[in-house]
Ligand binder design. Structure first.
Ligand code: AMP
Length: 282
């Protein structure tokens, strides 16, 4: 499975990507995470990205395309991946199309998480509070000021991707305002529809999602009626056997009667002979 999760900061891409990773055993390729790691490690890419990220801008396309291309080549990405935060511009999307073509890989689909902008700030505030509670380091760009800039970058540079992928019939949209597990279920249904996952991955929820169709009911009825003639045929097959038994009984009876009659006749014939003998004696 190879999919892209598309949505503004705070739309839940990261959360859903992690849940998909657990469920399907594929990897999450988050350019944001990779860039943060590069910044922390002080690599040349990290040094380039640090200021841009802190200001809520976008890192140059060639930098992110380079790191994604290398990451896709790693063995753990062979089973499939979820792109989270990439592509973020139309040139990045075009570069991704090219590199997937070169690597003979197919993209199953793009899932857009649609959310109300008004909810995004409070979502990011909640994320920051939870990270602090867990004692985790809070992201430098998770402040209301930087978030406003990140949202502006999303609107002007990333939102055109919705049109880009919908034109290529790759886009599906999920209501990202639903509860986390509802969003996960909606994504799972989409992945099933796209043929990106096997139905057996979650047979129970798939059965729940698909109501019994009329055709299936008809087929069940037809199967029941088909059993009836079979029963009749069994009965009919038994009938000749019964009839044969009856006929055999009758024949035995008849034969017995005949022998009795014959015997009686014989007896009757013999008797007069005896009489004649006796008479003769007399
Ligand atoms: P994220 O974790 O996806 O919110 O990304 C954090 C920051 O990393 C963004 O605000 C950008 O500065 C940078 N970044 C992540 N992915 C990309 C990308 N595909 N293109 C450009 N910049 C990116």
């Amino acid at each position: 499975m190879r999919i892209i999760l598309l949505g503004p900061p705070g739309s839940g891409k990261g959360t859903q990507a992690q849940l998909l990773v657990q469920r399907y055993g594929i990897v999450q390729l988050s350019t944001g995470e990779m860039l943060r790691a590069a910044v922390a490690a002080g690599t040349p890419v990290g040094l380039k990205a640090k200021e841009i990220m802190a200001g809520g801008g976008l890192v140059p396309d060639d930098v992110v395309v380079g790191i994604i291309s290398d990451r896709i080549d790693q063995p753990d990405a062979k089973k499939g991946f979820i792109l989270d935060g990439f592509p973020r511009t139309v040139p990045q999307a075009e570069a991704l199309d090219d590199l997937l073509k070169q690597k003979h890989l197919k993209l199953d689909g793009v899932i857009e998480l649609r959310v109300n902008e008004s909810a995004l700030l409070s979502r990011v505030e909640t994320r920051v509070a939870q990270m602090r509670e867990r004692g985790e380091e809070v992201r430098l760009d998770d402040t209301p000021e930087v978030l406003t800039k990140r949202l502006a970058s999303y609107r002007s540079q990333t939102e055109p991707l919705i049109h880009y992928y919908s034109e290529r019939r790759k886009l599906s949209t999920v209501d990202g305002m639903m509860a986390i597990d509802e969003v996960t279920r909606a994504i799972h249904r989409l992945l099933l529809a796209l043929g990106a996952v096997e139905p057996k991955t979650n047979a129970r929820s798939a059965a729940k999602a698909a109501p019994v169709k009329k055709g299936a009911k008809k087929a069940a009825k037809a199967a029941k009626t088909a059993k009836k003639p079979a029963k009749k045929a069994k009965k009919a097959a038994k009938k000749p056997a019964k009839a044969a038994k009856k006929a055999a009984k009758k024949a035995v009876k008849k034969a017995a009667k005949k022998t009795v009659k014959k015997a009686a006749k014989k007896g009757a014939k013999k008797a007069p002979k005896k009489v004649t003998k006796r008479r003769a004696k007399r």
